[in-house]
Design a protein around this ligand. Structure first.
Ligand code: C5P
Length: 220
């Protein structure tokens, strides 16, 4: 059979968007499909890792051979990730909402004739990558993504430092690239010793290349 260089290793992957409730029927979300995160979870499992995939709401199928924990909100995602520690590697791919609604309404907010629109007070969400990157049980490898529309390299490098990550895969998600929601990706791998541009490829291929890198680093 195939070589399984990650046999005996534990991996945590986050994927998809988060949904932040406004009231029981409305939420704030983003355009993440979960394709890249799910592909990474599948690629790690293929190399033999025991993978926990913590996924926000997505419409794509669960990848084969991974245990999936489904969550909605960023705080739930953080709790599920921390519950999955310890691990050898964490790859945080989810497009976590930066903000949640400070106090979501318990009942549907009603539109009443003549009344002003309700204000939405936002509160900052926990940064899951940063929490894991600075955690007492920090995995040996902590990897994040940086979806940017400008200054991709500089923003990616700053993120590496701030979040305590070993690698950041930075990608340009400007609408013209078609990356967000699409099947292909073009990333820059930013590490502590330098960076490299990967050519545009399928998200599955990005996943396989990253899984191979993880296998090499964990066995070094
Ligand atoms: O700061 P920014 O959102 O651009 O960072 C992106 C990286 O951080 C991704 O790896 C994402 O999964 C992770 N992240 C997170 N929790 C947040 C925000 C981002 O884990 N609240």
């Amino acid at each position: 059979g195939e070589p399984r260089p990650l046999a005996g290793k534990k991996a945590i992957v986050t994927s998809g968007p988060t949904h932040e409730p406004i009231d029981p029927v409305r939420y704030i979300a983003n355009r993440s499909s979960g394709k890249q995160g799910h592909a990474i979870a599948a690629a790690l499992a293929r190399l033999g890792a025991e993978v926990t995939l913590v996924s926000g709401p997505v419409t794509i199928p669960d990848p084969a051979g991974v245990s999936v924990v489904r969550v909605e909100r960023a705080e739930e995602m953080r709790d599920a990730v921390l519950a999955a520690l310890p691990a050898d590697v964490a790859v945080m791919v989810a497009a976590v909402a930066d903000w949640r609604v400070a106090s979501a309404a318990g009942n549907k907010i009603k539109k009443r004739p003549g009344e002003a629109p309700p204000p939405l007070q936002l509160a900052e969400n926990p940064d899951i990558l940063k929490t894991v990157g600075h955690h007492g049980a920090r995995p040996k490898l902590v990897i994040g993504f940086a979806a940017e529309t400008e200054n991709v390299a500089d923003n990616g490098r700053a993120k590496l430092e701030r979040k305590g990550a070993d690698y950041i895969l930075a990608n340009d998600v400007s609408p013209a690239t078609g990356i967000m929601g699409g099947d292909r990706n073009r990333v820059k791998l930013i590490g502590r010793e330098g960076s490299e541009d990967w050519p545009e490829m399928d998200k599955d291929e990005v996943a396989a290349k990253l899984a191979a890198l993880i296998a090499a680093k964990l066995s070094a």
